[in-house]
Write a protein that binds this ligand. Structure first.
Ligand SMILES: Cc1cc2nc3c(=O)[nH]c(=O)nc-3n(C[C@H](O)[C@H](O)[C@H](O)COP(=O)(O)O)c2cc1C
Length: 170
């Protein structure tokens, strides 16, 4: 396992995956990491739908214009918000984001790769996926996480930008 700081710097969005299954125990570890994320008032307003069947993932892919990563990912996890559990209106968005980032980093630490595929805030996509999956009214599709063993590598980019840091005043 990499140390945490290297995991943060080396995580990249990967959009091509090997045709290699992911052990369900590893998927479970990634889900567990998501559930360990901070959330407002610790409400944990999230659900995770795991897709590991190629046909099903293809069906999800066809609804969304930016899903190259889902073409080859052996696993795809939909993170959903729960508007009946969130601390106040809209908090599921920040809470699900925190859960997602935990999952991306946990996956990287476990030797896996990921890509965050946004659904929120596209109202049409949120509605289309809710209908396609027959979700209850309070369960809102937030994003997909493509998960698998990457078939491409990417350099660690340079992103540190001193101009974006402000001490004690703007
Ligand atoms: C909210 C959000 C939505 C994103 N949506 C998509 C998407 O729909 N499709 C995709 O291929 N990548 C998506 N990405 C991945 C970004 O393109 C990627 O994080 C960004 O280019 C930086 O690259 P890196 O993740 O390799 O550091 C999304 C990322 C975030 C945080």
């Amino acid at each position: 396992m990499e140390n945490t700081i290297d995991t943060i710097y080396d995580r990249r969005s990967i959009r091509k995956y090997l045709d290699k299954p992911v052990n369900p125990d590893l998927v479970d570890e990634v889900l567990r990491a998501g559930m360990f994320a901070p959330s407002a008032s610790n409400k944990q307003p999230w659900h995770f739908i795991v897709f590991n069947e190629k046909d099903k993932i293809q069906e999800l892919k066809n609804v969304h214009p930016y899903t190259k990563s889902l073409e080859t990912a052996p696993v795809c996890i939909m993170v959903c918000g729960d508007t009946e559990k969130e601390m106040a209106k809209g908090f599921y968005i920040t809470d699900c984001s925190a859960a997602t980032e935990n999952m991306l980093l946990a996956a990287k630490a476990l030797g896996l790769d990921t890509c965050w595929v946004g659904i929120y805030p596209w109202e049409d996509l949120m509605k289309d996926y809710a209908n396609l999956l027959g979700l209850p009214k309070n369960i809102i599709p937030f994003n997909f996480i493509a998960l698998g063993y990457g078939a491409e590598t990417k350099e660690r980019p340079r992103r540190y930008d001193a101009e974006k840091i402000h001490y004690n005043k703007w």
